[in-house]
Design a protein around this ligand. Structure first.
Ligand SMILES: *Cc1c(COP(=O)(O)O)cnc(C)c1O
Length: 359
């Protein structure tokens, strides 16, 4: 890996928030990782420094043309006090796929892994240990070259920040209501829908806002060409159980290749439950609902792991799923994956990486 990571520790550690106040992405730890890129020098000066604001030229390309990517992953503290990560290389590989799509130079995955381990170690006291809590990890890249010409930046920052997050579900897992979006679209094949980049989120805010006003927590996106094939939910991939079979939209270039999505597919297959990745239309879904064969639906993503869907609103029709309750598959997969992540259940896949093996 070659590059040595320098470490500067804070002299003014912050007061840690109370567990009850954590929520999502509100508090940040005492340190951050940063390294810089310049054409010619490549990525250089990897360093852990006290958490602090960054200073950028107002002409920095990221502000104007949105050349940026991010990742989202978690570290968990086990009841015995060791620190675990879940399939972190999957996120680092996806970071580089997003980088490639946004014309951002690739980043050495082993160096990022080393940076992650060292940063988590430095801020280990910030990892909450209560059931359902974790340390959310947000790596991201921004284009910093201060020129307004439309071309890939010649300078970047890669930064990792850490945020202790509370239990996503205060009272156990609870179904959400989802609005099926028919006016706005999120992405098209050939665009950037399969990259984890800010623009996808900026483009989705309006629909999200309108859905929230109608009392829905997120939107279910349909494809941007035919306006009928199911894509994904806000920041989650989506699964349906229809007539005993689990179905999820195939990766078609416009949806994100979720690490949780892949994990759920592999866990279900491990249990000999059939999973089909295919194109599925909203009409097929509504028809299954009318026939009574749409048994269960849930979203998957790092933040919530599994988010059962209790209601879908399609053009004013309210489809209530599994009586608005958490379905059996959602509950079982949630318990299994979160158990592996916290180290309380055996990991038959080799997905868990111990950050600092206790001796
Ligand atoms: C991050 C993200 C997901 C979930 O991916 P995970 O790797 O499971 O966290 C799904 N959809 C979108 C649009 C995302 O940005």
């Amino acid at each position: 890996m070659g590059l040595k990571i320098s470490v500067e520790l804070t002299t003014t550690p912050k007061t840690k928030p109370a567990i009850e106040n954590l929520s999502f992405g509100k508090y940040f730890t005492d340190h951050m990782f940063i390294m810089d890129y310049d054409v010619g020098a490549g990525w250089h000066d990897p360093r852990i420094i006290p958490y602090q604001p960054i200073s950028l030229d107002p002409a920095a390309k990221v502000f104007h043309y949105g050349q940026t990517v991010f990742e989202g992953m978690k570290a968990y503290k086990t009841p015995e006090g060791s620190v675990l990560m879940f399939r972190p290389y999957k996120n680092l590989q996806r970071l580089n796929r997003s980088n490639a799509r946004l014309s951002i130079p690739s980043i050495d995955e082993d160096l990022v892994m080393e940076a992650l381990k060292q940063l988590i170690k430095v801020d280990e006291d910030w990892i909450p240990a209560e059931q359902g809590t974790s340390l959310y990890i947000r790596p991201f890249v921004i284009a910093t070259q201060p020129t307004l010409g439309v071309s890939p930046s010649e300078q970047y920052h890669f930064i990792i920040i850490l945020s202790p997050v509370g239990s996503y579900y205060a009272e156990g897992i609870n179904p959400v209501s989802i609005y099926v979006e028919s006016e706005y679209v999120r992405a098209v094949t050939g665009g950037v829908g399969n990259a984890k980049t800010g623009g996808n989120y900026a483009a989705g805010l309006k629909a999200q806002q309108e859905a929230t006003e109608k009392g829905y927590s997120q939107v279910l996106w349909l494809d941007g060409v035919h306006r009928k094939y199911i894509e994904e939910v806000g920041s989650m991939n989506v699964f349906f159980k229809i007539g005993g079979k689990v179905i999820t939209p195939a990766l078609n270039g416009s949806i994100l290749d979720g690490v949780t999505r892949d994990s759920v597919i592999r866990v279900l297959q491990h249990w000999n439950i059939e999973v089909e990745e295919k194109r599925i239309s909203i009409d097929e879904l509504v028809e299954a609902y009318r026939k009574g064969t749409l048994e269960e639906a849930f979203g998957t993503g790092t933040a919530a792991v599994i988010s059962p869907i209790g209601e879908l609103n399609w053009q004013g029709d309210k489809l209530t799923l599994n009586d608005g309750q958490t379905g059996p598959i959602s509950a079982k997969v949630y318990d299994f994956i979160t158990g592996m992540q916290r180290g309380t259940l055996e990991d038959p896949f080799g997905w868990i990486l111990e950050v600092d093996p206790k001796i």
